[in-house]
Design a protein around this ligand. Structure first.
Ligand code: GLN
Length: 522
């Protein structure tokens, strides 16, 4: 671990120290702060510098260095008084879907430009109450709709990862398309920032895979908790019955530490459970001895790449070697999950997004009357993908189609939920699947002609949201081109602890996968 940042002008030593401080894990940083090896201000300044040097990645849409330094100073005062809190002095990035009081919150959309929430989301409030430091707001797909971060009104995030042998750097001319890779989405800024060491961990949200897929694409760890574990209050809504916030972090332990602080009962969100938050970190290292891990045969989808298949087998072998019993299980309604999700999610989105009318929030385009004001504002404010979802959602909810689509999709949702219930009733503790059907793809490579091509990314993740269960993505290896691949662990409702325990076994067995080269540095 890095030594104390020394005053003086030795530029090289300083750069090394910035790298050292930003390459700590959250747990290491916490211990270093406690041992006074470095101060919260030093740690924060190192991250501010890293963020400034990485603008080529477009991970942050808003940097808040002044706020970060003020928060770090407050942390130092509490540390000096012996009043350190669980995340004292830890610099974090915040997905732009979380309302932050007085700090512009746009959900990746033009329609929210200029919106400064008069309140703080429960998740971010919990983090600040635990002493964390905000570095800024992270880029994302518009209203969290997407799998590549390309639907953001603030331009795509560039993944810190590159295919082996590709020489595209920050200073290289030429188009971003086809050369740079996507970090995944919708929490692309969160995943890229964690992978590129631009924060120690980040908040993210997951409606159909938006925490797990970008985590898998960037070699980071992400967990979507059980529906109701984390409050949705103050988080911009996409599909309310599926949305759940969780962390993206550099390893399993850090994700456990983050989730403990993010989660809380909350009277302001009626779907949030009134259950104490376990000490998730205590579950890390518990192992999998005696646990029963299910391998669902329906996830062996047609055309699955041999690389993903090998990864999955490898993960199974690791868990078996650590003492778990492996059983084949069946989730027969899996194949209906994706089409059902793409009815339920847009239906809820079309209703949630009705509030952006140019009167209450953000952007306003004036018209000759109120109707024209609505039309002009929504036409100018929403991007293509969001408009597509609103149209699909409105269609499936309209009289005459409601029974044919929406009701059917809800019935399928019940069947998917029941599939999982039966597997868990048979004594299975967790389920292991691939996190994504492939490694990261290039910017502009997918979905421009046929949106379904992009939707297929969510094939392994949407079932988990439909059933309201917890799911963890953990890096498990690299593909032939040197890009990260992840595995997914799906747990019983409110049993995130087993996911952290099993995730740690995979992380240990996989060993530390290589880090992306810092080619983006300005
Ligand atoms: N990719 C999925 C979608 O576009 C899921 C997004 C999410 O989880 N927020 O809807």
């Amino acid at each position: 671990m890095g030594g104390r940042v020394k005053p003086g002008h030795d530029a090289e030593a300083e750069i090394r120290t910035v790298t050292e401080l930003t390459h700590l894990t959250l747990a290491e940083a916490r211990d270093g702060l406690k041992a006074k090896t470095f101060s919260a201000t030093e740690l924060t300044k190192a991250h501010i510098q890293a963020v400034e040097q990485a603008r080529a990645l477009n991970a942050y849409v808003r940097e808040t260095p002044d706020q970060a330094l003020a928060m770090a100073k407050a942390s130092e005062e509490r540390i000096a008084k012996g009043e350190a809190r669980p995340l004292e002095g830890i610099p974090l990035g915040i997905k732009d879907l979380f309302c932050t009081e007085g700090v512009e919150t746009t959900a990746g959309s033009n329609i929210l430009k200029g919106f400064k929430p008069p309140y703080e989301s429960t998740v971010t409030r919990n983090l600040w109450n635990d002493g964390a430091v905000m570095l800024g707001k992270l880029n994302m797909d518009e209203f969290a709709m997407g799998s590549s971060n390309e639907t953001s009104a603030f331009k795509p995030v560039v993944s810190p990862w590159r295919r082996e042998g590709s020489n595209v750097g920050a200073g290289t001319s030429g188009s971003i398309e086809g050369t740079h890779l996507v970090p995944g989405g919708s929490s692309g800024g969160s995943a890229a920032a964690v992978a590129a060491h631009l924060c120690l961990a980040a908040t993210a949200t997951d409606t159909g895979g938006s925490i797990r897929q970008p985590a898998a694409f960037t070699g980071t760890v992400g967990i979507k908790p059980t529906y109701g574990r984390v409050s949705r209050w103050g988080t911009v809504a996409f599909a309310s019955s599926l949305d759940q916030a969780g962390p993206i972090a550099r390893n399993v332990r850090d994700a456990a530490i983050m989730l403990r602080s993010m989660a809380s009962p909350d009277a302001k969100d009626t779907t949030c459970v009134d259950m104490p938050v376990p000490d998730y970190e205590a579950a890390v290292g518990r192992g999998v001895k005696g646990l029963k891990i299910g391998i669902p045969k329906e996830y062996r989808v047609d055309g699955m790449s041999p690389e993903i298949e090998t990864l999955w087998e490898q993960g199974t072998a690791w868990l078996r070697a650590a003492g778990a019993e492996i059983v084949e299980v069946s989730l027969p309604h899996t194949k209906y999950a994706l089409p059902a999700y793409y009815i339920v999610a847009p239906a809820e989105a079309s209703s949630n997004l009705a509030r952006y009318d140019g009167v209450r929030y953000g952007l306003r385009e004036n018209g000759k009357d109120i109707v024209e004001l609505y039309e002009k504002t929504r036409a100018a404010g929403f991007g293509r993908e969001v408009k597509r979802r609103i149209m699909i959602g409105t269609y499936v909810l309209s009289a005459g189609y409601y029974d044919a689509y929406y009701v059917r999709a809800q019935q399928i949702r019940t069947l998917i939920k029941r599939d999982f219930e039966e597997v868990y009733a048979s004594g299975v503790d967790a389920i292991l699947t691939p996190a994504t059907p492939s490694a990261a793809f290039g910017i502009g490579e997918k979905g421009s002609g046929d949106p379904v091509e992009m939707y297929l990314n969510d094939i392994f993740t949407v079932t988990v949201n439909m059933a309201g269960l917890p799911g963890l993505a953990v890096p498990a290896g690299l593909d032939a081109q040197g890009l990260p691949l992840g595995l997914q662990l799906i747990g019983r409702a409110f049993d995130e602890e087993t996911l952290f325990a099993a995730g740690q076994v995979i992380e240990d067995a996989a060993g530390r996968i290589a880090l992306p080269q810092a080619w983006w540095k300005a």
